[in-house]
Design a protein around this ligand. Structure first.
Ligand code: NDP
Ligand code: 8X3
Length: 254
């Protein structure tokens, strides 16, 4: 896998940064995007000896900014081969009747609408070139319910279903679409979910060996390395320390 142009959303941390490091090799060109500029600049500096890097500060919720970023790419970065739709977040674990509605809006705007915008503006070029690969980062939360998962899980279910529907639209082209559903992975994810509460974030992973960002990057590497006629549709992975619980049953106290 070399000589590719790769566009990564949410490259300032976690899975996105690990994917950038994984893809960084002489012949690849990386377009790294996120809202925070400092970590992007650091990553660009780290990778600059290994490949060409274009860094773009971008909030995926801003439709016009996404369009401008993709359509305004310098000519040599314009033919995107791989789009990693990774930017996303969970906010809070409150039950639906107590949740902050702004948090729901933010998750929908980022995880659903941001991913839609990036896909819509990158796809025409891929279809015209009759090649390309979109990797969408969903979650086990989109397949399996849990208390407080309400809208976060809903956004990730969208990502999974959208990925499969894209395959239907793209049938007859050589454009591939893959969806990854990771379980618990230690990144900045929980710090963001618990709004900076480091203790609560650490508690999520305490006493476990969670997935790492590098595990997800290696999964991406495997998916994009399959022969061009092979489309990995959906891939779910979890830490060995995570599994499903039994159904929850409410019992009245007598
Ligand atoms: P991190 O919090 O470490 O990274 C999230 C990335 O998304 C950051 O680079 C952040 O950059 C970016 N981001 C968030 N909001 C926006 C926005 N509006 N515009 C552009 N970029 C944005 O979390 P992970 O690496 O763990 O998460 C990556 C993806 O994986 C997410 O979609 C998450 O839902 C999913 N996921 C995570 C799991 C986990 O347990 N960690 C498991 C399953 C799925 P910045 O703040 O600079 O904009
Ligand atoms: C992240 C995994 O279980 O915290 O998508 O929702 S989980």
């Amino acid at each position: 896998m070399s000589g590719k142009t790769i566009f990564i959303t949410g490259a300032s941390a976690g899975f996105g940064a690990a994917c950038a490091r994984m893809f960084a090799s002489e012949d690849n060109k990386l377009i790294l995007t996120a809202r925070r500029i400092d970590p992007l600049l650091k990553l660009q500096e780290e990778l600059s000896g290994r490949c060409e890097v274009q860094m773009i500060p971008l909030d995926v919720r801003d439709r016009e900014a996404v369009q401008g970023a993709i359509e305004g790419l310098p000519e040599r970065f314009r033919s995107i081969d791989i789009l990693v739709n990774n930017a996303g977040l969970a906010l809070g674990l409150e039950p639906a009747h107590r949740v902050d509605l702004d948090d729901w809006d933010t998750m929908v705007d980022t995880n659903i609408k941001g991913l839609m915008y990036c896909t819509r503006f990158v796809l025409p070029g891929m279809v015209a070139r009759n090649s390309g690969h979109i990797i969408n980062i969903s979650s086990t939360a989109g397949a399996w319910p849990y208390p407080g998962g309400n809208v976060y899980g809903g956004t990730k279910a969208f990502v999974t279903q959208f990925s499969q529907n894209l395959r239907c639209d793209l049938l007859g082209t050589r454009v591939r679409v893959s969806c990854i559903q990771p379980g618990m992975a230690e990144t900045e994810f929980s710090k963001v979910r618990f709004k900076g509460n480091e203790e609560a974030a650490a508690g999520v992973y305490q006493g476990t060996e969670p997935l790492t960002a590098e595990d997800i990057a290696e999964t991406v590497r495997w998916i994009v390395s399959q022969p061009p006629h092979v489309n990995v549709n959906t891939l779910e992975l979890m830490s060995i320390d995570q599994a499903w619980g039994p159904f929850a049953i409410h019992r009245e106290q007598k």
